[in-house]
Design a protein around this ligand. Structure first.
Ligand code: ADE
Length: 211
């Protein structure tokens, strides 16, 4: 199936056998003759709720083949995803990401099977799939070898709770817009010092909450 999981970094990392990503359809684990996986919520509110059985069967089936470090559930009420979590999760061997949908999943699954609940931000998506994609991209690119220049993941924004410094390339002078001279000085220590200063200034100005 053509999916964003098969493009860009995620595609390359899979081709290089650095990661394997499998997408499972909960309907395949339904025992219902119409392959239903949801039902009306107890209590009469609007919306549908994913049932325990297909989720439990899917997770049980997967756990029979591998040991999982985490069973992550994507939900707006989870802890907010951040670079530190991406770093942590990139060190794991196997992860299950369970995508919520509709009104959510039967809470008993969250109580008994889910080990970590993650939100990608304070807004509500239609389903957890996009959240799972966002997290997968952020996690997989940190696996050594996934991105061309391994050094570059370390200099990303947020790696030290700092925004990255601005970057420039040729030409030095474009329509009179000049790149900072210091970057062409060849003076390594001064360049690093300039970058750190830029990072600190940009973080203080744009994301004071990070400090
Ligand atoms: N599902 C719906 N909204 C979500 C969010 N903000 N983060 C993670 N999963 C979600």
């Amino acid at each position: 199936m053509e999916s964003p999981l098969n493009t860009s970094i995620l595609k390359r990392a899979q081709e290089k056998r650095l990661v394997e990503i499998y997408v499972h359809n909960l309907r395949d684990y339904s025992l219902d003759k119409h392959r239903r996986v949801d039902d009306y919520p107890f209590g009469g509110q609007a919306g549908m709720v994913l049932q325990c059985e297909p989720i439990d069967r899917a997770i049980t089936f997967l756990k029979e083949q591998r040991t999982y470090d985490e069973v992550i559930y994507t939900s707006p009420d989870g802890e907010t995803f951040c670079q530190y979590m991406a770093n942590q999760l990139s060190l794991c061997q196997n992860l299950i990401i369970l995508c919520g949908h509709y009104k959510g999943i039967d809470y008993r699954i969250r109580e008994h099977l889910v080990t970590r609940e993650i939100s990608i931000g304070d807004y509500v998506l239609t389903g957890g799939e996009l959240a799972a994609m966002v997290m997968s991209d952020a996690i997989v690119r940190l696996i050594p070898g996934a991105i061309g220049d391994e050094q570059s993941a370390l200099s990303d924004s947020f790696q030290d709770n700092l925004l990255a410094p601005p970057v420039f390339t040729r030409p030095f002078d474009y329509k009179g817009w000049k790149a900072p001279e210091i970057l062409l000085s060849g003076h390594e220590a001064k360049i690093r010092e300039w970058e750190l200063h830029q990072s600190l200034e940009r973080t203080k100005r744009l994301r004071p909450d990070l400090q």
